[in-house]
Structures are given as structure tokens and as C-alpha cells.
Design a protein around this ligand. Structure first.
Ligand code: SAH
Length: 267
């Protein structure tokens, strides 16, 4: 018996993934330790697991041997051109009477296509359930010893997607909010977005960090400032997937890391 079986054996009211139903579940950012028990029970019950590229192999390895794994999602950061195909596939599998687990990196509703898939399943009358996951932004901050909020420093956190920065998006209100900004999908537009935030009034010495491949053996943390962030990322070859956090909250890392009691999570 594994540790998880032992936990599961004591759990009451485990939701049942019925034939013909779809669960849209978050797989967390990497380490299977960040799965919810509901996502784990979905993995154990599914006949078919439809996953995206951000779902860690260690998570997929928890699927029973009988379950079929199907890849559907983005590759190499390119937007998925075939979201309609994916939703069609989910609907078809459910109508065949399969127990379907749609597994997405992080949380299915945070900068993912979970909302679109839920709407499509609802329109097709396919019963579904959404299982939230640990989103990369919060997992990355935790891994880097950066609290998302701390009394006296901030009372809000801004989550923003940095892809398509050439689109007509106004970064100025985010800069003016004076609250930390956590950016997803930003590595290809880092300089442009940093410049826009500075043009809107954020000081170039504002603390900033990049947390790459969090909750995986490749995890890296780069500490910098808003003004130097893009150059540092390039110089240190910081690759996606990565989370960027900008704000005074980044400085708390030093205090926490200085404390001997702060034990980093296992990789
Ligand atoms: N639904 C996901 C986000 C999908 S968008 C979630 O809630 O986490 C994809 C972006 O998520 C990546 O470009 C990157 O910014 C971030 N991301 C996903 N996994 C990550 C990881 N293990 N480490 C750092 N960033 C990650």
C-alpha cells in the first residue's frame, strides 16, 4: 500500500467519476504532491485521461495501467489551434460512456481553457465537474519563499497573462495599483512588459523574481529588479515555463531564507 492509498482508505465521500461524465481537473504545476485528493481520485477512476503538455509525467504515472492517456494541448508555447477538436473529443468520449479525466496543468480555470471546455460540455449536456488545482503562480511564490500577501506590504495580488503583449492591453492600471504583479506566459514579452510597467510609474529598482519550472527537478529562482529582469533572464538562460513576480513582496524571501527553519520543499 502506498502512502496515498492509506490516506484514501480513510477518506469518506470520495466523489465517483461516472461513465459518461467528464472531470476537468487541475494537475498542479508539477510535483504530484501538489495534486488534490479529488484529482488523484479522478486519476484512479478514469478510463481516458486527456492531458496537456504542462501535466508532469510523474502525475501521469499515477494513472492505472488500464487507463488510456491522450495528449491534447499546446506544444512549445504555441497556442492550441484545435480547442474545438479537444472539446469535441471530450464530448465524444463521454457519449461513448467513458469516464473522462481532462487534466490540465495548474488550475483548469487560471489562464487555461477550462472555462471554454466547461461551457462546451454544458452546451452538449455532458455532465461534468471542475476540480481546482494549485496554480503555478502561487506554487512558484511558495517555492521561492515569497508570500503572495503579507500584512503591511500588500492586500491584493494581480495575476496577469503576458502572452500577446503586442495586443492592445493597457499595463498602466496594473502598475498604478501598487500591488504585486504575478505574470504567467510572459517570457517572450518580458522586456516589453517591464518597459510598459516602468513607463507607467513602477521604479526600475522594484524587486522582481523569475521562478522557472517550479515543482520540478528543473526549478530555478532568479532574483532581480524590474529594470534588469529581461537582461538577467536572457543572460542566465531562464526558460519557460516560468512565473514572474514584481513587487516589494519579493524582498520577504531574504528574511525567510535567512531563517534556518525554512526548509525548501523536495524537488
Ligand atoms: N492553468 C495553469 C496556467 C496555464 S498558462 C495554472 O494555473 O498554473 C501556462 C503558464 O503557466 C506558463 O507559461 C507559465 O507561466 C505557468 N506555468 C505552468 N507550469 C509552471 C511551472 N511548473 N513553473 C513555472 N510556471 C509554470
Amino acid at each position: 500500500m502506498t502512502a496515498w492509498d492509506a490516506v484514501a482508505a480513510h477518506r469518506e465521500g470520495v466523489p465517483v467519476l461516472m461513465p459518461g461524465h467528464v472531470w476537468l481537473a487541475g494537475a498542479g504545476p508539477g510535483d504530484p504532491g501538489l495534486l488534490t485528493l479529488d484529482a488523484l481520485s479522478g486519476l484512479q477512476q478514469a478510463d481516458v485521461i486527456v492531458h496537456d503538455a504542462l501535466v508532469d509525467q510523474r502525475v501521469l504515472a499515477l494513472a492505472p495501467k488500464m487507463a488510456r492517456l491522450e495528449f491534447a494541448g499546446k506544444r512549445g508555447g504555441k497556442p492550441s489551434a484545435n480547442q474545438a477538436d479537444i472539446t469535441e473529443r471530450l464530448i465524444a468520449l463521454a457519449r461513448e460512456g467513458r469516464r473522462v479525466l481532462r487534466l490540465k496543468g495548474g488550475d483548469p480555470f487560471v489562464f487555461g481553457r477550462g472555462g471554454e471546455e466547461a461551457l462546451a460540455l454544458a452546451a452538449a449536456n455532458v455532465p461534468f465537474r471542475v476540480i481546482p488545482g494549485v496554480t503555478a503562480g502561487l506554487a512558484a511564490l511558495a517555492a521561492a519563499s515569497i508570500p503572495a500577501t503579507l500584512r503591511g506590504i500588500n492586500r491584493a495580488v494581480i495575476f496577469a497573462a503576458g502572452h500577446g503583449a503586442d495586443e492592445d492591453f493597457d499595463w498602466a492600471p496594473l502598475a498604478r495599483a501598487g500591488q504585486p504583479i504575478v505574470l504567467y506566459m510572459v517570457m517572450h514579452n518580458l522586456r516589453r512588459i517591464a518597459d510598459a510597467l516602468m513607463a507607467a510609474g513602477l521604479a526600475s529598482h522594484t524587486p522582481a523574481a523569475i521562478i522557472a519550472s517550479t515543482a520540478t527537478p528543473l526549478e530555478r529562482v532568479l532574483i532581480s529588479t524590474l529594470g534588469k529582469l529581461a537582461a538577467d533572464a536572457r543572460e542566465q538562460k531562464c526558460e519557460p515555463p516560468a512565473i514572474v513576480v514584481i513587487g516589494e513582496i519579493v524582498k520577504v524571501r531574504e528574511q525567510l531564507q535567512a531563517a534556518a527553519a525554512c526548509v525548501p520543499p523536495p524537488k
